[in-house]
Each structure stands twice: as C-alpha cells, then as structure tokens.
Design a protein around this ligand. Structure first.
Ligand SMILES: CC(C)(COP(=O)(O)OP(=O)(O)OC[C@H]1O[C@@H](n2cnc3c(N)ncnc32)[C@H](O)[C@@H]1OP(=O)(O)O)[C@@H](O)C(=O)NCCC(=O)NCCS
Length: 470
C-alpha cells in the first residue's frame, strides 16, 4: 500500500518555456516489492550505480523500504530519493540527522520541477520524523543551494607523494627499518569490536586519559566520557559496524597490533591499537588508540608501501583538521582543500528544526556561557528572514523558543543562521559584509561567546558507495 508523503504537494510541468501547467503527482513511500524496479531506475539515472551498493543499502540496519520516496507517472518511476537515518556526534550531544541519497529524476522528466518537488517532500518527511539536520554529499550542489541548503565543508584531507612521506617518517624516526613496535596485518572478521573501541576513543575523547587494558569488555571499560571533541562523525552502533564492514566499500583494512601476532578473539595478550581503512590511493579512516599514537605512523607507512607496490605514488589521508599526521604531509609538500579542488563532491546541510536544534544544544550553551562569564539572566534573539527564535539563559539552565527576539538579537539570513548554529560562521566576515547585524553590544558579545567556530569533519567511509558491479 503506497503512502502519500504529502498529497497536497504539486509540481510545475513545463512542456515548453511558454506552456506551464500544474500537475498533481504525490510523493509516495516505496515498499519492498518496488526494490527490483528501483534498482533498474537508479542504474538508468546514476552512471556509477552498482547493484552491490543497492543491496548494501537494503541491509543498512536503520533501513525501511518506506525510506524511499518515489514519484510515478502511471506505474512508471520517474523520480526517487532515499532517506538515510543516522545520529551525529556534535560535541557532547548526539543529533538525529537524515541524509539524502540518490535523489534522481529520469532524464526526460528533468527541469519540470520534479526534483525540487521530491526534495521538499523529503524535507517534510525528515522533519516530521524528528531529524534536526538534513545532510547531503552531492555532485549537484547548485540544485540543493537553490532549495536553501548550505555548504558546510565536512571534508578534510591531505594528498602527498608516498615516497616523500616515507622519507619524512624515517627522518623523524617514527618508523624503523628493522625494529618494528607494532605488527600490522589485515583485519580478521572477529576483531571489529576493537575498531569500535578505537573509534569511540577518538571520537569521544575523554579528558581522563587512562590506559584501557585488553579483554573482551575493553570497549565497555573506556574512560568515562567527559567532553566529546568531535563535531560531525556518526554514531556507530554494533549493528552499524557490522554493516559497514560487510558493505566492503573499501579495498584494505589494516590493524596495528601491540605485541606478537596471535589469533585471539578476546585481545587478552595482543591488543589492537589502531586501524587504517584504505581504498585505492585514499586512506579513508586512520585511527590509533590515544595511548599509542605511534601506531598511526606505522599504519600510514604501511599504506604508503602498499601504494608504491601497486604503482600509486600519491596518497590521500582523510582525517580531522587537527590531525598530527597532516604535519607530515605538509612537510612532504602535500596539498589539501581548497588548493586541491578536483574532488567533485560538495557537502551541504539543512537546518530542519531550528528550535529543536537550539534546545538540543542548550547544555553546550550553558557551558559556553559559564566559560565566557556571561551574566545571567540573559536573552539572545535571532531574526532570520522574518522568523524569530530566542535563547533564554537563566540561572537554572538554557531554554529555546520561537516566541520573540527581545531587545538583544542577531539579524541574519537562513544560510548564515545555519552556519552560526553549526559553528561554521566567519563572524568578522559576516559583520563586514553586513550579513550579520547585532542589535546591541550585548548581543554581539553573547553571540560570539555562545557560537564559537567549531571543527566540523565527517569521515568519508560512512558515505562512500561500493562501486563493484555484481
Ligand atoms: C539534480 C536533479 C535531481 C534535478 O532534478 P530536476 O527535476 O531537473 O530539478 P527541478 O526541475 O526541480 O529544478 C529545481 C531548480 O533547480 C535547478 N537545478 C536543477 N538541476 C540543477 C543543477 N544540477 N545545478 C543547479 N541547479 C539545478 C533548476 O534550474 C530549478 O531552478 P528554478 O526553480 O529556478 O527553475 C536531476 O537533474 C538529476 O536527477 N540529476 C542526476 C542525479 C543527480 O545528480 N542527483 C543529485 C543528488 S544525489
């Protein structure tokens, strides 16, 4: 049974520049019986579409057939979009987000308003399901910008010559020709909990850095989380990790072992202290246990050697902007964005529920206000293209609503408001360009204190499609 996402939505059909007529074409949720037809449709719209990736999308632990919205003319599918449900770490909080995947319109139906119509239906559905942010990584950013989506660079990487990098690693004595501290080998299937542990240690970095010993419950014995430093990486549950590994959108996955190479299920003698996920010349994710930073250098060296062995001389490392390995790339003459601009995909984001997002971040605002010594009670309003939002910082905590803006407020457009909330707004540039106006000096001081610039990074492994054809 097909469920209309919003039967009131209509789209403009342009048979010619001069002739325009309004046609009702509801966005309907797909069901499992549609999968084979959808796969064929996606093959016709996306040249790189692989059936392996389509199968993997069905196995996604958060997937339901209703997450695909379709436009049909009679029985034929003419447009498709898939909503991908995820949770994103954003400082100390986890935010429900929805990704847009495979939004496509059949070639002969394009430029008639169908793509925009389906995107609006998808946004309405995302919002009604409680997502606070919409995210997309796309080769057609112009289409999304016209619909109000905002560029939010989530990519961070360096590219350098593999031999130059190896030379830098040797010069700095981070690796040794004979005496190796770590054993590096491909991942064994049962070792995925170690990956989950190291990912969590990196994403939820604790201020209490104490060594986590080996053992089957090592992930549970991680230090208590005091402050999360990451903004952007996804929350990965056990089911999600299994799916990520089964999906095989990577070429090689190496682990670094501290000690002898033993085949152990419980890491009782040999601890996994790092991993590197690579595909071709790209290292998609490289993480080491916080107490073994040298494992990262050895994993990088192993990836460089593999590259050289396979005739690839350039290596790309995806990592947060603060990664210490980037220094090595810089010393080896490496480049990264924006000098290196042939990547072809852009990250965009949409703030679906501004008040919900402000409420979710209220604990963060509380902490930032205290750290900056802001006097309470304090109100800060936001006037965003006719819409009004307000933060109320009281002695008891922080509240957000859409009831007014008060005397101290910031006036800015929707795109800049999105950047402000996500910690991506260049405050000085926005003020200089008159895109940001502060009604009072207090509004300016509170705004700067409550919305600092934040490092935003999303590991590419989560989104990278499996391009193997089956
Ligand atoms: C991108 C795509 C979905 C747009 O669908 P569409 O039905 O042609 O789009 P619409 O007719 O609704 O266009 C809406 C607006 O976006 C504009 N637009 C469409 N495609 C665009 C693009 N690639 N870049 C910039 N603007 C674009 C249109 O001109 C229109 O503007 P207007 O309202 O001022 O006239 C379609 O071209 C497509 O399927 N492309 C291949 C798959 C793809 O690249 N998907 C990207 C998302 S993963």
């Amino acid at each position: 049974m097909e469920r209309p996402a919003d039967p009131t939505l209509v789209f403009r059909q342009r048979t010619s520049e001069a002739t325009r007529r309004r046609v009702r074409l509801p966005a309907v949720a797909a069901n499992a019986a549609d999968h084979a037809t959808i796969d064929l449709f996606l093959q016709s719209v996306f040249p790189g579409h692989s059936t392996a990736e389509f199968q993997a999308s069905l196995d996604d632990p958060f997937y339901e057939p209703q997450d695909r919205l379709l436009l049909r003319q009679r029985r034929r599918i003419v447009a498709h979009v898939r909503l991908v449900h995820r949770a994103m770490h954003f400082g100390a909080v986890v935010i429900p987000i929805t990704g847009i995947d495979r939004l496509g319109v059949a070639a002969e139906f394009r430029k008639r308003g169908l793509g925009g119509h389906l995107l609006r239906a998808a946004e309405a559905r995302m919002e009604s399901e409680g997502a606070l942010l919409g995210v997309v990584r796309t080769a057609s950013p112009g289409f999304f910008r016209r619909a109000g989506w905002v560029d939010c660079p989530a990519e961070s990487y360096r590219r350098a010559d593999a031999c130059a990098l190896l030379a830098r690693l040797w010069d700095r004595r981070l690796i040794h020709r004979r005496r190796r501290r770590f054993h590096i080998r491909p991942l064994l299937r049962w070792e995925y909990p170690a990956l989950a542990r190291i990912y969590a240690q990196n994403i939820l970095q604790s201020q209490l850095r104490r060594k986590v010993g080996p053992g089957p419950d090592a992930a549970l014995r991680c230090p208590p989380i005091i402050g999360c430093t990451a903004h952007g990486p996804l929350e990965r549950t056990e089911a999600y990790w299994k799916w990520l590994l089964d999906r095989r959108a990577f070429g090689q996955l190496f682990v670094a072992l501290e000690g002898l190479e033993l085949l152990e299920i419980d890491e009782s003698k040999t601890r996994v202290v790092g991993y590197a996920v690579a595909r071709g010349a790209e290292i998609l994710e490289l993480m080491a246990a916080p107490d073994c930073p040298r494992a990262a250098a050895e994993l990088l060296a192993r990836c460089c050697c593999e590259g050289v062995e396979n005739g690839r001389h350039s290596i790309i490392l995806h990592a947060p902007r603060s990664s210490r390995l980037f220094r090595l790339f810089d010393e080896a003459g490496g480049v990264g964005p924006p000098q290196d601009s042939d990547r072809g995909e852009t990250d965009l984001i949409r703030l679906l529920d501004p008040v919900g997002m402000l409420r979710r971040l209220s604990g963060e605002f509380d902490r930032r206000a205290s750290a900056a010594g802001l006097t309470r009670p304090l109100e800060l309003g936001f006037f965003v293209e006719g819409r009004k939002y307000r933060l109320e910082l009281g002695l008891e905590g922080v509240k957000a609503d859409a009831r007014g803006i008060g005397r101290s407020y910031l006036r800015l457009n929707r795109a800049d408001f999105t950047r402000l909330v996500l910690g991506q707004l260049d405050w000085d540039a926005a003020v200089a360009d008159r895109r940001l106006e502060c009604s009072t000096a207090l509004a300016a001081a509170a705004g700067r204190a409550l919305f600092p610039r934040l490092p935003f990074w999303r590991p590419p492994w989560d989104d990278l499609p499996n391009t193997e054809r089956t």
